[in-house]
Design a protein around this ligand. Structure first.
Ligand SMILES: *[C@@H]1O[C@H](CO)[C@@H](O)[C@H](O)[C@H]1NC(C)=O
Ligand SMILES: *[C@@H]1O[C@H](CO)[C@@H](O)[C@H](O)[C@H]1NC(C)=O
Ligand SMILES: *[C@@H]1O[C@H](CO)[C@@H](O)[C@H](O)[C@H]1NC(C)=O
Length: 302
């Protein structure tokens, strides 16, 4: 019947126009996006490379324009029994840190957004609902699932680690300031937006695959030299990341990718740069990139 057909077409059209753009399989996703409309009239620059004052600090991370995407390689979580496991074939997320262009950095910059239950001394511990409940309130179960797969804590629940990273670092990153979310700011939308931004940056640096493509795989039999690991990463990111080792510089455990950001930290371009921090891995001793305990790993969706 033509009239029914027309009616359903109009309905379909109406929902296509009025629904929040849906790329994640939800019928309606509450807004977690910033309001960067005032950045349109600002000159775009790479952070730490501006030659004039950055007037609107929502538009470029400043201070803190040397941005570090940090990752861990660990072989266990300590909470395997409660299902907290490591993602097979991937390093895990540590965070996204602001570093002043001179190597110094600030932390816990906004105590009104302090959600860390175990913060640095001098910072009051948070005792309210976990940041996982913030994510649920925004209907972002997809994000929660991703974070539980790839953003893994050791010896304590994942959500404490996420809260720590937000409160310690994102509150010192100007593009996540509350003022950047406009007059209709909804509490915690900056938290969700930060988590999404961390994951976007993490995707730029798939350490496991970058190493594997150069034949460097976790092994309890074969060790590597620091130079081999550095060359593998440098040849693909065009910059030397920081590599961290434990056990007298012999066990690979961390990587930090340095960058300047063109535009906002949420959506801008990350120009990868050499580390400003010296590696704690031995330049001469064999470096172990250990296989994980099988019971500490699980298959996850890529
Ligand atoms: C870059 O912008 C920041 C923030 O406005 C300012 O403090 C700094 O002096 C600027 N750098 C230069 C070289 O003008
Ligand atoms: C590190 O090396 C020093 C000196 O070689 C040694 O005494 C110490 O036991 C080592 N520490 C570890 C954790 O292997
Ligand atoms: C490899 O060695 C590490 C460090 O000793 C250990 O934790 C892990 O269980 C070992 N993995 C396998 C598969 O043997």
């Amino acid at each position: 019947m033509p009239s029914t057909l027309t009616f359903s077409c109009v309905l379909a059209l109406a929902s296509a126009v009025f629904a929040v753009p849906d790329t994640r399989g939800h019928s309606s996703v509450p807004n977690t996006f910033p309001d960067f409309s005032s950045c349109i009239s600002q000159p775009s620059v790479y952070s730490c490379e501006n030659t004039t004052q950055i007037v609107n600090t929502c538009c470029s991370p400043t201070p803190g324009g040397l941005v570090l995407q940090t990752q861990f390689w660990s072989t266990y979580t300590g909470l395997e029994k409660s299902g907290q496991k490591l993602p097979k074939g991937s390093w895990t997320i540590h965070g996204l840190w602001p570093d002043n262009c001179d190597g110094s950095f600030a932390q816990y910059c906004d105590l009104s957004r302090q959600y860390d239950p175990a913060p640095a001394t001098g910072v009051p511990p948070y005792t309210g609902p976990g940041v996982d409940t913030f994510i649920e309130q925004f209907g972002r179960l997809d994000l929660l699932e991703y974070m539980n797969n790839y953003w893994i804590n050791q010896g304590a629940p994942n959500k404490n680690f996420w809260a720590h990273e937000f409160s310690k670092h994102a509150t010192c990153t100007s593009t996540f300031d509350v003022a950047c979310y406009g007059p209709s700011y909804k509490e915690h939308q900056d938290v969700i937006n930060f988590f999404d931004a961390v994951i976007r940056a993490f995707h730029q640096y798939p350490t496991f695959d970058l190493l594997a493509s150069r034949g460097i795989l976790p092994s309890n039999k074969t060790s590597y030299s620091l130079g081999q690991i550095q060359d593998a990463l440098k040849s693909q990111t065009a910059a030397l990341p920081y590599l961290g080792c434990t056990t007298n510089g012999t066990v690979l455990s961390e990587v930090w990718y340095f960058s300047h950001v063109y535009g906002t930290e949420q959506y801008g371009h990350f120009k990868t740069l050499d580390t400003t921090t010296k590696s704690t891995c031995s330049p001469t001793a064999p470096i172990w990139y250990y296989e994980r305990t099988p019971a500490s790993e699980r298959e996850v969706r890529k």
